[in-house]
Ligand binder design. Structure first.
Ligand SMILES: [Zn+2]
Length: 232
């Protein structure tokens, strides 16, 4: 299938066009990161890709990341994300099925070991996953070169900037960044550019443009990404 992109052994991207999910295969169990918009049967695709048991983890719970959550009997996420998830719970999903992961937790798949890093801002409980040995960072929507949604309930621009600064301090630990949107993989030089863009936006140094489709926000284009924001 054209939306299955094998990046390397034990690492496959499921690309839905506009958003992507990641499958990391381990020895006995595998981890699926996010489930897209729901326009393709992510669980069936994953079953074709691996014989191991697969558990689901959400980087965060905007609708474009939870479309097939209902096909999994539980979902891991940071507890700070639960309210955001509950407020727009996808059909067929139950809040009781949420399992917590916490800052510093190691998700050990045998072949992969991911460390959970809390990076609020885009949503309250957005997380990134750091693979120190393989030198990879899974960044969700917080680091990317597409349009970063920063308007509406749950967004927090100051927290977003603090989270990016937190990641900037550990750039020695990874070489490649794997976002959910935009290009992949992106270089870590993008991080200070997004921080600068977000600060310039807040300081009124960037002129807002009309968003790509009707939304209650303006689009602020910085050196590295677009930021969709509403000053009201
Ligand atoms: Zn997204």
């Amino acid at each position: 299938m054209e939306n299955i992109i094998k990046i390397q052994n034990h690492f496959t991207i499921i690309d839905e066009g506009g958003v992507r999910s990641f499958l990391f295969e381990g020895k006995d169990k595998s981890m699926l990161i996010d489930t897209g918009f729901g326009s393709i049967p992510v669980k069936d695709i994953v079953k074709e890709l691996t014989d191991t048991d697969v558990f689901l983890l959400n980087t965060h719970t905007d609708k474009d990341h939870t479309g097939c959550n209902k096909d999994f009997d539980k979902v891991y996420m940071h507890p700070s994300e639960m309210e955001h998830y509950k407020n727009a719970l996808p059909e067929g999903c139950k809040i009781e099925d949420v399992m917590p992961v916490w800052e510093g937790d190691i998700i050990d798949l045998g072949y992969w070991k991911f460390e959970v890093i809390l990076t609020p801002g885009h949503t309250p409980g957005s997380i990134m996953l750091l693979e120190r040995d393989k030198r990879m960072l899974i960044s969700g929507d917080t680091i990317q070169d597409g349009d970063i949604f920063m308007f509406g309930p749950g967004r927090n621009m100051e927290a977003f900037i603090c989270s990016l600064k937190k990641i900037l301090k550990i750039t020695d630990s990874f070489d490649s960044i794997w976002p959910s949107h935009g290009s992949y993989n992106v270089d870590k030089e993008i991080i200070p550019k997004i921080i600068r863009g977000a600060k310039d936006l807040l300081e009124g140094k960037i002129e807002g443009q009309e968003p790509p489709w009707p939304m209650p926000c303006k689009k602020y284009v910085c050196e590295a990404a677009g930021i969709l924001y509403d000053f009201k």
